[in-house]
Ligand binder design. Structure first.
Ligand code: NDP
Length: 326
């Protein structure tokens, strides 16, 4: 038996509880991992609370990230004791995830823990940080270099936003952070933001084309915010869209694309092919300042995750939440 969170929808009522699970209940897979740490991301909060239907099979162990030691392996690629991590691939929504003491997984999903990080640091990064790196790589791929001008990060005090700021700053970009929490201005400047703006300036309907300002943008908010960001991109600029914290809609126009040659790069972390994941973790190893990472991380226990899930959805959590499991 082992401890874990379990989300179920029996009898029409959606609930998540901390409970004892049996190894015999674990899903199919060729590697069993003793989980050391997991994380709480926005998507985990949706899964735990049922606020948005992200869980596709019930009952489900939530948790889209995990790190731990291989306990049992049927794969020649991994042996007992190897430290591995997983981000996405459907764990926590279609396959039992990381918020439990054990996980059974497909070896194709596992990444050896990069030498640059402790298990806890790897989860401080987690899906949010790995997604932030994918966003930075998308901007680079589309020609956004530090000399081109300011890069905007929306949802700045959240997990993706905080790590995106730290990465962009280390790479030499002039970063502007958009937040709804003015009280976090010093925190955001400490991560490397040159300027902090009020997200209210971006969150209401705006003109389809606005004064050109942003050479690049990393958006975890969507909706009117992303539409306004696109409308204020500089000629030839690029924005990476990865989130929906304000909404799933995109109420804008094609004007920025057809009149200013703006690129909108969509970022999915969940089913991203392995070569890109390995490259993102290699880049995180070289481009993320671990002292800054520690400053944006808060650790909680498995028994605190349900309470923190609601706080995430209220926008009341700053930076990253690491969940100590073992
Ligand atoms: P967090 O909850 O840590 O951060 C989200 C931030 O968005 C908040 O901190 C807040 O920032 C801002 N925000 C919240 N509500 C609103 C609102 N109504 N209007 C405008 N801004 C708002 O989440 P994560 O950083 O983990 O994830 C961010 C988004 O990215 C989520 O939508 C998540 O689902 C998505 N995501 C997508 C991935 C992918 O593969 N595409 C991978 C990872 C995340 P502030 O207080 O600074 O304003």
């Amino acid at each position: 038996m082992f401890k874990g969170l379990l989300t179920d929808k029996a009898g029409g009522s959606y609930a998540t509880k901390l409970t004892q699970l049996d190894e015999a209940q674990l899903p199919d897979g060729d590697v069993t991992v003793r989980v050391a740490y997991s994380t709480l991301n926005y998507k985990d909060a949706l899964a735990i609370t049922g606020r948005f239907p992200v869980v596709r099979h019930f009952p489900m162990v939530p948790g889209i990230d995990l790190v731990g030691a291989v306990e049992d392996s049927g794969s020649p690629k991994f042996k007992r004791g190897d430290l591995v991590l997983v981000n996405g691939f459907g764990i926590g929504d279609v396959h039992w995830g990381g918020l439990a003491e054990r996980a059974r997984l497909k070896s194709d999903w596992l990444i050896p823990l990069p030498k640059a990080f402790t298990p806890r640091q790897a989860m401080a990064i987690g899906t949010a940080g790995y997604t932030a790196m994918l966003c930075v790589m998308a901007l680079e791929h589309n020609g956004v270099t530090p000399d081109k001008g300011e890069v905007l990060v929306t949802g700045a005090a959240g997990g993706v936003g905080s790590i995106a700021i730290a990465l962009l700053h280390k790479l030499g970009y002039a970063v502007v952070a958009s937040t709804g929490r003015a009280a976090e201005a010093d925190y955001l400047k400490g991560l490397g933001a040159r300027e902090v703006i009020d997200r209210a300036k971006l969150s209401s309907p705006g003109e389809p084309l606005q004064k050109e300002r942003w050479a690049g943008a990393i958006d975890s908010v969507g909706s009117h915010t992303l539409a306004n960001v696109l409308a204020a991109m500089r000629y030839g600029g690029a924005a990476a869209a990865c989130g929906l914290a304000q909404g799933l809609d995109l109420p804008g126009s094609v004007a920025p694309f057809i009149l200013r040659g703006v690129t909108l790069a969509g970022i999915d972390s969940v089913y991203r092919p392995m070569p890109d994941r390995l490259e993102a973790w290699r880049r995180l190893s070289s481009d993320l300042d671990t002292r800054r990472l520690d400053s944006l991380t808060h650790q909680i226990g498995l028994d605190e995750t349900i309470g923190y899930a609601s706080k995430i959805l209220e926008g009341a959590v700053r930076g990253r939440l690491v969940v100590a499991i073992d």
